[in-house]
Design a protein around this ligand. Structure first.
Ligand SMILES: C[S@@+](CC[C@H](N)C(=O)[O-])C[C@H]1O[C@@H](n2cnc3c(N)ncnc32)[C@H](O)[C@@H]1O
Ligand code: SF4
Length: 365
């Protein structure tokens, strides 16, 4: 083991085949001719940050965009250049998973695949502008399992315009039939002012009213099926937590490379600008890419640590977050059975976790 102290690396691969109406991530459609140049820049940024990174790393997460849409030679170049890590996750859209992809992932150390299923309902997939059909999700899982991938996660979204509670029940049922090791279930977030929000305005309002019930349905169904509700929106089989995302929630340092990527190291946070050209040009001439820097004072860090930690089922040690707590607010939350102290730490109760952010806001100083 050598190098720096940061044990978690995020790698942003922004390209997608098409753009889904609801998506607010830093993405670029197509641009296959530019994937190679982007990867050159990415590897230069990795070289710039290498001294900060431990070797081996604990986790690497290749997120997007659609990392598996990256032109194959460029994707393999990134994968082959990454430091070793115990957990290496790649996000994959179902339609990009095929027998040609799995050997590339396997020979370059990827050992966890997160598939964006979103829903198994074809009409709702159309509402989301998704290309993949339910059978593509099933096929992707089988192709990965046949290739020896043992740690597979599925993403689902609920609160989709037109969705009903029985639709969500069927989505959960079909996801469970695939026996994923991990599930992320997200409430649909629709940004005001987007075409998607404009197109589905009224129906989004109706879905917002139903969201609490959907959340309970998701938690109850997945917990009954034997999954651990280890983070607000995340569920896993024993030992199958996303170690990478857990590192964020536990307030660990991480480096992110690529356009729009965020890094947090000690008292400093920086965010790369989202535009491709300035990123590639800066790195091609040996300069740091355009970034926004944000100093993090201890009080801000403690507040963030508390907000993220209360999303988890395990208690956060009180000494790590004490300064961020409002004692009167905590006492109220405890009296109402929404928060509890366990073994020198603090956690939300089951009821508190359903209310989530509102309880955290009450406890925060
Ligand atoms: C970086 S995104 C995309 C990964 C991959 N390209 C895909 O679409 O499957 C990771 C996950 O975030 C979730 N997501 C994206 N936009 C969302 C939104 N507006 N509301 C809720 N979840 C969203 C989706 O479940 C998605 O799979
Ligand atoms: S494929 Fe994924 S990252 Fe790309 S636009 Fe759709 S949701 Fe966003």
């Amino acid at each position: 083991m050598s190098g720096g102290s940061v044990r978690h690396l995020y790698v942003h691969l922004p390209f997608c085949a098409t753009r889904c109406g609801y998506c607010d991530f830093v993405t670029l459609v197509g641009r296959t001719g530019e994937h190679g140049a982007y990867v050159d820049a990415l590897l230069r940024e990795l070289a710039l940050e290498r001294d900060a990174l431990a070797d081996p790393l604990d986790t690497i997460f290749l997120g997007g965009g659609t990392p598996t849409f990256t032109e194959p030679a460029a994707l393999e170049r990134v994968l082959a250049s990454l430091p070793a890590a115990a957990e290496v996750t790649i996000e994959a859209n179902p339609e990009t998973v095929h027998e040609g992809l799995t050997p590339v992932l396997a020979r370059n150390g990827v050992n966890r695949v997160s598939i964006g299923a979103q829903t198994f309902n074809t009409a709702l997939l159309d509402v989301l502008d998704r290309r993949a059909r339910p059978e593509d999700v099933r096929r992707a899982v089988h192709v990965l399992r046949d290739a020896g991938f043992e740690n597979i996660s599925l993403d689902l979204i609920y609160g989709i315009p037109g969705q009903t509670a029985p639709d969500l029940e069927r989505d959960l049922e079909q996801a469970l039939e695939l026996a994923p090791d991990h599930l992320s279930c997200y409430e649909l977030e629709a940004k005001p002012g987007t075409r998607f929000t404009h197109a589905h305005g009224e129906e989004l309002g109706r879905q917002a009213d139903a969201m609490e019930g959907y959340f309970e349905l998701v938690v109850e169904t997945l917990v009954d099926a034997g999954y651990r509700w280890y983070e607000t929106a995340n569920f896993c089989r024993p030992g199958r937590e996303s170690r990478h995302n857990l590192a964020y929630w536990l307030g660990r340092d991480y480096v992110g490379i690529g356009i729009g990527a965020v890094s947090t190291v000690g008292a400093r946070r920086w965010r790369n600008a989202p535009k491709l050209r300035p990123y590639v040009d800066a790195l091609a001439s040996g300069r740091t890419p355009p970034r926004e820097d944000e100093p993090l004072d201890p009080a801000t860090k403690a507040r963030e640590r508390l907000m993220l930690a209360l999303r988890l089922d395990e208690p956060v040690p009180l000494q790590a977050v004490g300064s961020a707590i409002d004692p009167a607010g905590l006492a109220r939350a405890e009296r109402l059975g929404l928060a509890e102290r366990r073994g020198g730490g603090l956690a939300l109760t089951r009821r508190g976790r359903f209310l989530g952010g509102a309880v955290t806001a009450e406890i925060l100083a």
